[in-house]
Design a binder for this molecule. Structure first.
Ligand code: GDP
Ligand code: GDP
Length: 433
């Protein structure tokens, strides 16, 4: 699980330029592999071997500048709540502005690491101009130029230094996060799940923030629920804004093994739900989809089948995901939902012994080898599952660069068929042998 870093600051200071610089190299690779549309405001980066998620909070501001002014307090507050560290970006060209002072005032009160990043310091003269930002009362600052990259290294050195180490819980219990749009029924689901507080076994304290995992024992299963504190806290921000649900989802998804994605049956698998689905997929988390409020849907013979088909079309190409139709209100299939999440969790950590993997996969490959390329013959010699927290398979062959996406997808589908990885994103890649 990675740490979360939020970039805050008023418009036009260079947040997205900086964000893009940090995530670009990796995103290009991820996009080429997955082919999914990319969220321009959330991405993964790493520095000195430490991985973290980066959120450009400004990217989620809708509307004009004066809307921004009203929203900025809430934005910064949420960043403070959800992130492990905050980069506060200002612009040396414009100097200290009133809006900068407002943000600084909020940030002076937090006990999380805050990095004041003075951007657009493209030359020595501007380096001297930067001193005026001491007036913000945030102490040391970092000068940088997001456009040419100078200074970003120093900032990142300091940043990764303070990020919490990947947090190991001291048990092997599955960690479930209940995610979805506002009003999907998440709180109701959790309440139905845990009944009263008496089902809580322990609270495991997070390092730099309040409790993340809460251990439950229910229906004969023990599991940790991730970030229920956040869900309980949500009365504070009830707005149906994409930013809030994305920010909350990011945090919960980062810290779980399986995402239980709830959607409101009367609203469907819409764009925002797809975005959350995609976040979970990109983070290689197990996924269970619960179509909630099924009691509200007028049913005909093929309702379930048709509804499910529509969702699966929207999930392409990752369609091997359980979809359950539930009603939290009527307590329908809630037990089944948890049971399914437990199964998905097991699939995610499943390890196939190399010998068995080859015994099954090599004959399949022999029957349908990768297509040749420019008269060259591609020969896959053996395969192995890597010892990673989620399924990754390496196929060794003479000409890995000639094996195309469709064939990798074929291999993935065969792996799914033979070994059952339902609900789990997997990676298949070719290596030179
Ligand atoms: P955001 O609204 O904070 O996300 O700001 P943008 O990243 O969209 O940048 C706003 C403008 O500042 C754009 O025209 C960028 O090209 C420019 N900009 C960003 N970083 C730098 C920099 O380091 N130096 C200079 N001179 N301009 C920059
Ligand atoms: P959250 O914002 O995702 O936590 O959603 P809530 O749990 O607050 O639920 C939103 C609304 O949907 C509440 O009025 C619930 O009573 C209602 N609701 C939740 N589950 C169901 C369900 O299965 N059927 C129906 N009809 N309503 C539900």
């Amino acid at each position: 699980m990675g740490a979360i870093v939020a970039i805050v600051g008023r418009p036009n200071v260079g947040k997205s330029t900086f964000f893009n610089r940090l995530i670009q190299r990796r995103e290009a690779i991820v996009d080429a592999v997955s082919g999914v549309t990319r969220d321009r405001h959330y991405g993964k980066s790493d520095w000195n071997g430490k991985e973290f998620s980066l959120i450009d909070t400004g990217g989620y501001v809708l509307g004009s500048d004066d809307v921004f002014e009203k929203e900025i307090d809430k934005q910064v507050e949420l960043a403070i709540d959800e992130a492990d560290a905050i980069i506060f970006m200002v612009d040396v060209e414009s100097g200290v502005t009133g809006m900068d002072e407002d943000v600084a005032k909020l940030l002076r009160r937090v006990d999380k690491p805050v990095f004041l990043a003075i951007n657009k310091v493209d030359n020595a003269q501007r380096e001297a101009d930067a001193v005026e930002f001491y007036a913000l009362g945030l102490g040391e600052y970092y000068t940088l130029s997001s456009i040419n990259g100078s200074g970003t290294g120093e900032l990142l050195d300091a940043l990764v230094e303070v990020l919490p180490e990947a947090q190991d819980t001291d048990d092997d219990l599955p960690r479930f996060a209940v995610v979805g749009r506002p009003n999907a029924g998440k709180s109701s689901f959790i309440n139905a799940l845990i009944g009263e507080e008496r089902y809580i076994v322990t609270d495991i304290a997070g390092t730099t923030r309040d409790s993340i995992d809460t251990k439950y024992n229910r229906f004969g299963f023990e599991f940790n629920l991730v970030d229920t504190a956040g869900i309980r806290r949500k009365a504070k921000v009830k707005e149906d804004l994409e930013f809030y649900s994305v920010m909350r989802s990011v945090r919960a998804i980062e810290h779980c093994d399986v995402c239980i994605l709830l959607l409101d049956a009367t609203r469907g698998f819409d764009g925002q739900v797809q975005n959350i689905f995609w976040l979970a997929q990109r983070n290689h988390k197990g996924i269970v989809i619960l179509v909630n409020k099924w009691d509200l849907v007028e049913k005909e013979t093929n309702s379930v089948r048709d509804y499910e088909k529509r969702i699966r079309e929207a999930m392409e190409p990752f369609v091997d995901v359980p979809i359950l139709f539930i009603s939290v209100l009527n307590k329908q299939r809630i037990f089944k939902a948890i049971e399914t999440a437990v199964e998905v969790c097991k699939n995610r950590s499943k390890k196939i012994v190399t010998r068995k993997l080859n015994d099954i996969m090599l004959p399949i490959i022999e029957n349908r080898p990768p297509p040749g390329y420019k008269g060259k013959y591609v020969k896959i010699k053996f395969c192995t599952q890597l010892p990673t927290p989620y399924p990754q398979f390496a196929f060794f062959c003479n000409l890995p660069q000639y094996v195309r996406e469709p064939y990798k997808r074929f291999l993935e589908n065969q792996l799914r068929k033979e070994f059952d990885f339902t609900g789990v994103p997997m990676t298949v890649f070719m290596r030179k042998k």
